[in-house]
Design a protein around this ligand. Structure first.
Ligand SMILES: *Cc1c(COP(=O)(O)O)cnc(C)c1O
Length: 336
């Protein structure tokens, strides 16, 4: 069976985990701090500007909280995972659901109202072009786009704040669950760090337990070291699919200032079910990346999202996928 997605774990992650288990220091401590600072270096922020958290959804909630989203309108696309809606509801914000641009998994920036908070996901590793987008407080959802860049600068650094996920199937994982908040603005970073834990505090501010453990961070540090290799192998596979003539969601060729990462190889097709069934018959798992029933909000108001959900299939793309497996997938898709 060729699975649709798979994490890449090796001896390095195993010995890092063992090191922490044997040290007796398991909860948030020096490994978390080192992971945060290595993450800062990777995305191009000064040390201290990243906060490790229990999940990407926790990071979204905290980003919304620090921007004061309670009782304010928060826009986000209808074509996305429901984590966004849950975070907005938990903070007490008002949903403003927006369609994606035609033929694209990226939210239609023209439809975002000014003077509100907006969560903009870089879906499937494709950066949303927010370089000239103003008058809106943007939270960049980089859960699927670690390593992607806009004008040579990492995603997550173009809006007020950025969030990342280290869930098992994301570009890197901290062992199943995990997240990161980043911002250029130190006051936002400090506010998130303050909210993350509540022991030994002498005031009565709102707080919660959103911590990452040292065990998770130690695994994440090894994964981060391997990320450049992961990304180049993913790019290789993406280009093999393209060369074979498959039509994949990607940045426009003219958008040379956008550097995507290949989180997903999402193919456009009129018959997604036929492709899914035919690949299943040779032991290859493919999925509709965002199903029509997963769309958030009124479908009638999301014609582009609805069409995309019905005309796409997500093909396997991960570092451990072999060339032979890629060839099997290509030949089956072409012969469907
Ligand atoms: C995975 C994901 C999230 C949520 O992250 P978790 O770590 O699973 O909580 C949010 N947004 C997008 C776009 C995601 O892909």
């Amino acid at each position: 069976m060729i699975p649709h997605n798979k994490s890449t774990m090796g001896a390095e992650e195993e010995s890092a985990a063992l090191r922490v288990l044997r040290s007796g220091q398991l909860s948030q401590g020096p490994e978390v701090e080192a992971f945060e600072n290595e993450f800062c270096r990777f995305v191009g922020l000064p040390s201290g500007h990243a906060v490790a958290l229990s999940s990407g959804t926790a990071a979204l909630f905290l980003a919304l909280w620090t921007l004061g989203a309670e009782k304010r309108k928060v826009s986000f696309p209808g074509y996305v995972c429901s984590a966004l809606r849950h975070a907005v509801n938990m903070v007490g914000g008002f949903e403003d659901i927006v369609d994606v641009a035609e033929g694209s998994p990226i939210v239609d920036l023209k439809k975002i109202e000014k003077n509100q908070i907006s969560i903009v996901p870089h879906m499937y590793g494709i950066p949303a072009d927010i370089s000239n987008f103003m008058d809106t407080q943007i939270i960049e959802d980089c859960a699927q786009a670690l390593g992607a860049k806009i004008n040579g600068i990492s995603v997550g650094l173009h809006g007020e704040a950025g969030i990342f996920s280290f869930y098992a199937t994301k570009l890197v994982t901290t062992g199943g669950q995990g997240g990161m908040f980043v911002s250029k603005k130190k006051d936002l970073v400090d506010a998130v760090r303050d909210y993350r834990e509540f022991d030994y505090r002498r005031d009565a501010k709102k707080r919660f337990n959103f911590q990452m453990t040292d065990l998770q961070a130690a695994i994440g540090r090894e994964q981060l070291k391997k990320l450049p290799r992961f990304l180049s192998r993913r790019e290789e596979i993406f280009q093999k699919y393209k060369k074979a003539g498959l039509e994949l969601l990607d940045v426009k060729p003219s958008d040379t200032h956008l550097s995507p990462v290949r989180y997903r190889a999402v193919m456009k097709t009129n018959g997604p079910r036929k492709i899914i069934d035919s690949l299943e018959s040779v032991g290859v798992k493919t999925i509709v990346p965002t199903e029509d029933w997963e769309l958030l909000g009124e479908r009638d108001l999301l014609p582009n999202a609805l069409r995309l959900s019905r005309e796409t299939v997500s093909l396997p793309i991960y570092p451990s996928l072999s060339d032979e497996e890629v060839e099997i997938i290509i030949s089956k898709v072409l012969r469907k």
